[in-house]
Design a protein around this ligand. Structure first.
Ligand code: ZN
Ligand code: ZN
Ligand code: FE
Length: 763
């Protein structure tokens, strides 16, 4: 409705409108301003500690309120709109007022998002002043979390502070009608950050097989041509990378479709603004260097998300104008791996890059805008038909996970592997970005900084903190640094609690934890295949997998053949061990260890059961990275089917010995089908039997732990439970692996704080 054609209605109203949600720093005020002007309303809009507050008067307030929601800016998320009648002020026009802020403002930064289509048009247009400028952004796109030192989110509080805007940028910044109105990182080639190398040079080097360290949003990447066998091998050797596949960045959705079979859900994830790495099934004839995936059936693909990434693909494609080329297929593909040598945190500064990446990269491409918050790429996979995180970081953090209700402030400190930290504030849980394995000093430092940063930007004082039961974890020791009560949470209790938290289940919840390793509640046994009933801080173990022996302890987790040997021994076929595993060092010794029952602790871990199956089938006798054997077994499964009599339920234990015995005489592909089919069927049967036995309602069960990253298992488990009338709840907002532990811990810590106060809400 243009101004001129407005019909003056006899109903002239005034209203006070409150908008809650992610509505700050996302162009909401200029959107409200434009909308109000379009509808001929007068009044004002401002940001305050509760979100956005609007005073609007004129006729057509209903249309205004409707379009506030319907046409909201792309990066905003409206949780609630409240409208109350107000007194008329007789304001002559509509204006944006300065933010009203006081201490304790409950606001948050939004995540970094991919460059938007409008900005892409700018950087591909030779006549635009931002042509080929790698730091182009606007209110609808660009860096946020990674450049922000503290709240409120203003340019002065970000690493854009040293760059004074030129008159042209300033004019955009000040104009509510401009896409760059109050875009804090607004910049152009005149006034903004600069890259240390030319795009043409970068592309020439990549095409020449060089390793290029590229400064990105949350840290450096190491990039090489993904189709250059020698370059990929050199990167793997220089980075001392284990056998884990590399992620590959491609220009477009069609380029990705040339490498992997993408279903709709995968394509949607790939092109989403968060731009995660999406793990999908590799096409046989993909044309990538074999060193990228090393024979693994899955590949992590992602699309460009910064202007720099796009400009590299643009240059490689011959600098076509416009955006049409992004609807086409392009062969050029880049291995883009996090520059985190030796498992230490991601490199973020240019000087650090020269020091730590000098021996790996042939050239280092930096720039003069600081990375404030280190943040890896997020990794996602479509599991059981819906997106799930394998690693939650860039594009997702620091978006909160909504809880069922407001709770006391608390912290979850995570575990040991893939650690994260989680803070609860009111009815939201803030899960930190992926931090990594706490096995070196640098990662531990990053971990402690992350905890401090989270508490700082959220402005909370935790009333309780929670950690794992394991006394040796650095995260457990870190709990003592907080001057508040510490709740020690059993590992699998935390896994299931995380599912309860994100699915907003306050009452008791039954859960299957299918995991690698976690210390049991008795502080002795290794758990990892547990059926629990969780009710807030209380947990009861109502069943578990029958224990297997773990010869060599920790070592068995990296050498599945050892678990295979343990299974053979348990089946009374110990005499076969030396022959079946003759290619492995120490097969004879392992047979003896099992015979004499020394250094072979018991474990109920589902991860080790996978290893036992892999060991027997000869699938990855020795793994080159965590989870490799199970991934390869999953990739072999074609038409899984349960083996009749493949498991036994004996009281509180579920025993897959008959299945393991059957695997001794089949080929790996048949074995993979039998294993997945029988495992799902046995688990579902066990859940139904045990829950009935303890009188727990057979309505729904949660499942989490690293094994839930297995799509075949997750799908089979859902259908096997479904046939018994039981719904399956799985993690969606946080990873199923130990990256989600801190969410469950924080939730339990917060409930414990509530109980201490005698609120009794979960008694
Ligand atoms: Zn933009
Ligand atoms: Zn400028
Ligand atoms: Fe775990």
């Amino acid at each position: 409705m243009p101004d001129g054609s407005r019909i003056v209605s006899p109903r002239y109203d005034a209203a006070r409108i409150r908008v809650r949600g992610a509505v700050q720093g996302v162009g909401f005020r200029p959107f409200v301003w434009s909308l109000a002007r379009e509808l001929g309303l007068s009044g004002w809009v401002l940001n305050d500690e509760d979100g956005v507050l609007i005073h609007a008067e004129g006729s057509g307030l209903d249309v205004f309120a409707y379009r506030l929601r319907a046409d909201a800016p792309p990066l905003s998320r409206i949780d609630e709109i409240e409208r109350a009648p107000a007194a008329r002020s007789g304001a002559p026009a509509f204006e944006i007022r300065t933010s009203a802020r006081r201490a304790g403002a409950r606001t948050m930064i939004t995540p970094d998002v991919a460059v938007c289509d409008d900005c892409l048009l700018d950087i591909f247009d030779p006549s635009n002043r931002r042509y080929a400028y790698p730091f182009t952004n606007c209110t609808n796109c660009g860096p946020r979390y990674t450049i922000t030192r503290r709240l409120p989110y203003d340019r002065a509080q970000t690493s854009m502070a040293p760059f004074a805007m030129c008159p042209a940028c300033r004019a955009e910044y000040d104009d509510p009608a401009d896409r760059r109105f109050h875009a804090q990182p607004n910049a152009c080639p005149e006034c903004g950050p600069r890259l240390s190398a030319g795009i043409a040079d970068i592309v020439a080097r990549l095409k020449g097989g060089e390793i290029v360290a590229l400064k990105g949003l949350g840290g450096f990447h190491l990039a090489v041509d993904a189709r250059n066998e020698a370059a990929v091998d050199r990167l793997r050797a220089r980075k001392r990378r284990d056998g884990k596949p590399f992620a590959v960045m491609v220009a477009s959705r069609l380029s990705a479709a040339g490498l992997a079979r993408l279903d709709d859900a995968e394509a949607a994830l790939l092109t989403s603004r968060a731009r995660p790495i999406v793990v999908c099934r590799l096409e046989k004839s993909a044309g990538l260097a074999s060193g990228v995936t090393r024979g693994l059936g899955d590949i992590g693909l992602f699309l460009p998300y910064t202007p720099l990434h796009y400009l590299i693909f643009h240059e490689a494609a011959g600098r076509p104008p416009g955006r049409a080329w992004l609807e086409e297929h392009h062969d050029f593909a880049l291995v883009m791996t996090s520059a985190n040598p030796g498992g230490e945190p991601l490199v973020t500064s240019d000087s650090e890059a020269r020091e730590r990446l000098g021996a790996i990269a042939d050239v280092i491409v930096g720039h003069d805008r600081d990375i404030v918050t280190r943040c890896d790429d997020s990794v996602m996979r479509v599991i059981d038909g819906a997106p799930a995180y394998l690693r939650r970081a860039r594009g997702a953090c620091p978006s909160p996970i909504k809880l069922s209700r407001a709770m006391p402030p608390a912290l979850g400190l995570g575990g040991h592997l893939k650690t994260t930290i989680c803070a609860i504030r009111d009815d939201e849980a803030f899960l930190s970005q992926h931090i990594g394995d706490l096995d070196n000093a640098a990662t531990y430092r990053f971990y402690k900084e992350t905890a401090a940063h989270l508490v700082d930007i959220l402005e909370i004082e935790p009333e309780t903190v929670a950690c794992d039961l394991h006394p040796d974890f650095l995260s457990t020791q870190f709990a003592a640094d907080w001057d508040v009560p510490v709740v020690r949470v059993q590992h699998h209790h935390a896994h299931i609690a995380a599912v309860a938290a994100e699915h907003r289940i306050d009452g008791p919840l039954a859960g299957l934890a299918l995991d690698g390793f976690g210390l049991g509640a008795d502080g002795e046994e290794n758990w990892g295949g547990e059926l629990l009933v969780v009710e807030g801080p209380a947990m009861r173990r109502v069943g578990a997998l029958a224990p297997l022996r773990q010869p060599g302890g920790e070592r068995a987790a990296r050498e599945p053949w050892r678990m295979g040997a343990a299974a053979l021994h348990a089946l009374g076929r110990g005499a076969d061990i030396a022959r079946r595993f003759r290619e492995q060092d120490g097969a004879g010794l392992v047979a003896e260890v099992l015979e004499r029952d020394v250094n072979a602790p018991h474990t109920s871990s589902a991860g080790r059961l996978f290893d036992a199956a892999c060991g027997i089938l000869g699938v990855t006798p020795v793994a080159s990275f965590e989870g490799e054997a199970a991934m390869r077994l999953e990739a072999l499964a074609r038409s899984p089917a349960a083996l009749p009599g493949g498991y036994e339920i004996r009281g509180e234990r579920l025993d897959f010995s008959p299945l393991l015995a059957a695997l001794c005489d089949v080929d790996p592909a048949t074995g993979a089908d039998l294993f997945h089919g029988t495992l799902a069927e046995g688990l579902a049967d066990f859940v139904a039997c045990r829950l009935a036995a303890v009188g727990f309602p057979l309505r729904r069960v949660a499942a989490s732990g690293g094994c839930l990253q297995n799509n075949v298992l997750a799908r089979l488990l859902r259908s096997a439970l479904g046939r018994r009338g039981i719904d399956l709840l799985t993690p969606r907002a946080a990873p199923a692996n130990d990256g989600g532990l801190s969410l469950g811990q924080a939730w339990i810590a917060s409930l414990a704080a509530e109980n201490q106060k005698g609120d009794g809400s979960c008694a």
